[in-house]
Write a protein that binds this ligand. Structure first.
Ligand SMILES: [Ca+2]
Ligand SMILES: [Ca+2]
Ligand SMILES: [Ca+2]
Ligand SMILES: [Ca+2]
Length: 427
């Protein structure tokens, strides 16, 4: 069985640089897509869709850059109008560092400048924490530190300022949860989330924690109930697997959930609402998949190899999951040690005004993974997957328009020591 699967995988990966297993892009696999939403002239990244110079033609093959690569965040660090990346490394030769990859303006990056943190670096989030108009970044780790790197004004950073905090910071995101004008931080801990309120001068309050149970593995922010205050979604899966060197045993991941924390209007959060997903839920993302104006949740389940979609009932509560298979012929996913359960991000990648998803999965054969694009039909359904090979173990993806063509691109960390960039391709 293993040999056979390996052969099939090699054929798929070696057959072409871009593996479209189903239909030419833009063709739905069943019924025609519904009419464009009324606001389709402006896409999810704020670009007018009718002035783009080209038509989306998928993602270009991976371009790889060496540097720290486990968790990552984006911001325009040097103020040139192009989105840059900061990535941390928790293992490998870049262990305990953060690399800043500056965008050359066309979505290619110069070799990164790498900064030492105080220990294995885990979560990272970027925002203007000091209030000088220049984005900074904060790095968490598992030895109770929060390292804040302040921008020196040109996209370079001095030594970090260390804050002692209880618990560790697995994955982090920045948002102004209490709407005081100062960006705050949310971090996953093993079975809770922690909120650090920013003071606008580069420092943070002691954290307030909220129980989430199990093993929290990803975090995202969106105003789910429309009250103007950012809410939080995390993925959670029982995780008892072993991680011998390379790959976690998929059987180590159990029943998963998407957990929602609603902001109470002051930067504090109500106890979580938990929604059952599949097995081995590794990541959550938010997008309006049924075009009703209310953000919905997508979750990727690494053991089931499925995508769970939860539709917002308009008030920040969600209907039970609708499940889509992510099965790709010839590709056997497994939960990589970098990212148990896989990863999902959402955006209107193809610029048709409807939110889509990208799932990143690791293969059990060889040091490769798969980027799985699923175009949204705008009615809560998705078209058949279109896949792109990822060279080496994929970690965590992030979405930004790196090449400035109006179409969101994807950067994904690779094997702790690289970043792979998949730029939108136009024709
Ligand atoms: Ca704040
Ligand atoms: Ca919706
Ligand atoms: Ca779309
Ligand atoms: Ca782009």
């Amino acid at each position: 069985m293993r040999a056979c699967r390996t052969c099939v995988l090699v054929l798929v990966l070696a057959g072409c640089g871009r593996t479209n297993l189903d239909l030419p892009f833009g063709q739905p696999d069943s019924a025609p897509a519904p009419a464009l939403p009324a606001d389709a002239a402006i896409d999810k990244v704020g670009h007018p869709t009718d002035v783009r110079a080209c038509r989306w033609a998928g993602f270009a093959p991976q371009v790889t850059y060496e540097g720290a690569g486990h968790f990552l965040a984006v911001a325009d660090f040097n103020g040139d109008g192009h989105i840059d990346v900061v990535a941390t490394a928790w293992g490998g030769i870049y262990n305990g560092t953060a690399s800043v990859y500056l965008n050359q303006g066309n979505g290619t990056f110069v070799p990164p400048t790498t900064y030492n943190t105080d220990m294995e670096a885990e979560g990272v989030a970027a925002a203007d924490f000091s209030g000088d108009g220049k984005p900074d970044f904060a790095v968490g780790n598992d030895v109770h530190d929060l390292d804040v790197f302040l921008n020196q004004g040109d996209g370079t950073f001095g030594p970090f300022v260390q804050h002692r905090v209880p618990g560790y910071s697995g994955v982090m995101v920045a948002s102004d949860f209490n709407r005081d004008g100062h960006p705050d931080l949310a971090a996953t801990q093993s079975s809770s989330i922690a909120i650090f309120l920013g003071d606008g001068q580069g420092s943070f309050s002691p954290p307030t924690t909220y129980a989430s149970g199990g093993n929290v593995d990803s975090i995202t922010v969106s105003d789910l109930n429309g009250d103007g205050y950012p809410d939080i979604v995390v993925s959670n899966a029982d995780f008892t697997g072993l991680c011998p060197e390379a790959l976690c045993l998929p059987t180590g991941l159990g029943a998963g959930t998407a957990n929602v924390f609603i902001n109470q209007g002051d930067g504090t959060f109500a106890p979580q609402a938990s929604y059952a997903a599949g097995n081995g839920t590794g990541s959550v993302a938010v997008g309006d998949f049924n075009s009703d104006g209310a953000p919905d949740i997508a979750a990727v389940n690494g053991v089931d190899n499925t995508l769970s979609v939860f539709f917002n009932q308009g008030d920040g509560t969600f209907a039970p999951q609708v499940t889509y298979s992510n099965t790709i012929d010839g590709f056997v996913p497994v939960t990589p040690f970098l990212d148990p359960g896989g990863e999902v991000v959402a955006a209107d990648f193809d610029g048709d005004g409807r939110d889509d998803v990208v799932v990143v999965q690791c293969s059990s054969q060889g040091r490769n993974g798969m980027l799985i694009f699923r175009a949204g039909n705008g009615d809560g359904t998705f078209r058949v997957p279109v896949t792109y090979p990822i060279v080496d173990y994929p970690g965590v993806p992030v979405v930004a328009d790196f090449n400035g063509d109006g179409f969101p691109d994807v950067a994904v960390t690779i094997s702790y020591d690289k970043m792979g960039v998949f730029l939108s391709d136009c024709e």
